[in-house]
Design a binder for this molecule. Structure first.
Ligand SMILES: [Cu+2]
Length: 276
C-alpha cells in the first residue's frame, strides 16, 4: 500500500527516480508500475508523481519568493545605508561651511573693529598776542633784547615805553596791545593755542574775573591785581602761562562753559573762550 507522499523540504527538489521512490515509499511499486503488472498501483504512482511535481513547483516558487524578499530587503538596506552616509556627509559639510562663514564673519568683524579710526581732531582755536613795543625806549629801561619788535618805529609804527605807561595809568591803554580775536566759541575738546607775534613777553592766564596785572604801573586807576596774577613770574602758575616772543602756548582740556584769559603784564589784553 502506498502511503501519503513523504515530501520534505529539500533545498532543490527534482522530480527524479529517487524522489519518486521517496514519494512512493516502496521500491517495488515503481517496478510493478513500469512492468505493467499492477495498473492500479501504477495509476496511484502517477497520481503521486503529479502531486510530487506540484509540490516541487510550490517549493520552488516559495524559494524564489524568499530569495526575492531577501534581495528586496538587502537592496533596501543598501539604499538606506547610502542615504545615511550621504546625509552625514552633507551635514558635516554644512557644519564646516557654517563654521568657516562664522569664523570669517568674526574676523571681518574684528577687522572692521580694528579699522575704526578715532574721530578727526578738532582744529585748535588760534589766538594771536600783539604789541607794538618800541625796541629803543623799552630796551633802554628793561634791558637789551627785551623788545624784539620788528615794527617800523622810525616811521611811527611803534609805541614808546612812556606812552604805554601813560595810557594804561589814565585808563586808556594802547589798543595795539591786544589778543585777537577777543572772544571765541568752540566745541569741547578744542585746544586753545596762543602765539606771540608781538615784540615783548605776555601771559595767557585764566582768571575767574578780569582784573589788574602784577605790575601796578600798567593797571588802570583803582584796578587791583587778579589773584591768579599775584606774584608775577615768581609764581609758578603765572610763569607757566608766559609766552615769549615767537613762541606758542597751548591750553587743552577746557571744560564746558565760559573761560576768561588775560595778560598778567598788560591786563587790558583779555579773551573770552566759550566751550560748548
Ligand atoms: Cu602782555
Amino acid at each position: 500500500m502506498v502511503g501519503e507522499p513523504l515530501i520534505k523540504t529539500p533545498s532543490s527538489f527534482t522530480f527524479n527516480d529517487l524522489t519518486m521512490e521517496k514519494t512512493l515509499g516502496r521500491d517495488g511499486d515503481r517496478k510493478d508500475c513500469a512492468a505493467g503488472r499492477n495498473r492500479r498501483k501504477c495509476g496511484r504512482f502517477c497520481e503521486t508523481a503529479k502531486a510530487a511535481l506540484r509540490q516541487s513547483c510550490i517549493l520552488n516558487e516559495q524559494k524564489k519568493r524568499s530569495m526575492q524578499r531577501r534581495s528586496v530587503t538587502g537592496s533596501f538596506l543598501t539604499k538606506l545605508f547610502v542615504v545615511v552616509i550621504a546625509f552625514s556627509l552633507l551635514t558635516a559639510g554644512a557644519a564646516q561651511l557654517f563654521a568657516q562663514d562664522h569664523s570669517q564673519m568674526h574676523h571681518k568683524s574684528m577687522a572692521s573693529d580694528a579699522s575704526v579710526s578715532p574721530p578727526p581732531a578738532l582744529p585748535p582755536a588760534q589766538f594771536v598776542a600783539l604789541d607794538e613795543c618800541d625796541p629803543t625806549t623799552f630796551n633802554a629801561v628793561l634791558g637789551p633784547d627785551f623788545c624784539k619788535n620788528i615794527a617800523l618805529a622810525a616811521f611811527g609804527y611803534a609805541t614808546t615805553l612812556s606812552d604805554l605807561l601813560a595810557g594804561a595809568q589814565s585808563g586808556n591803554p594802547s589798543p595795539n596791545w591786544d589778543f585777537e580775536p577777543d572772544s571765541i566759541s568752540v566745541p569741547q575738546g578744542t585746544v586753545v593755542s596762543v602765539v606771540d607775534q608781538g615784540g615783548e613777553p605776555h601771559t595767557f592766564t585764566e582768571v575767574h574775573k578780569f582784573s589788574g596785572g602784577f605790575l601796578s604801573a600798567l593797571n588802570a586807576p583803582g584796578e587791583t591785581t587778579a589773584p591768579e596774577c599775584a606774584g608775577g613770574f615768581s609764581t609758578v602758575a603765572v610763569a607757566k602761562t608766559r609766552i615769549i616772543q615767537g613762541s606758542t602756548l597751548q591750553v587743552p582740556n577746557l571744560a564746558k562753559g565760559e573761560h576768561l584769559f588775560q595778560c598778567c603784564i598788560h591786563p587790558w589784553m583779555r579773551v573770552t573762550v566759550n566751550v560748548r
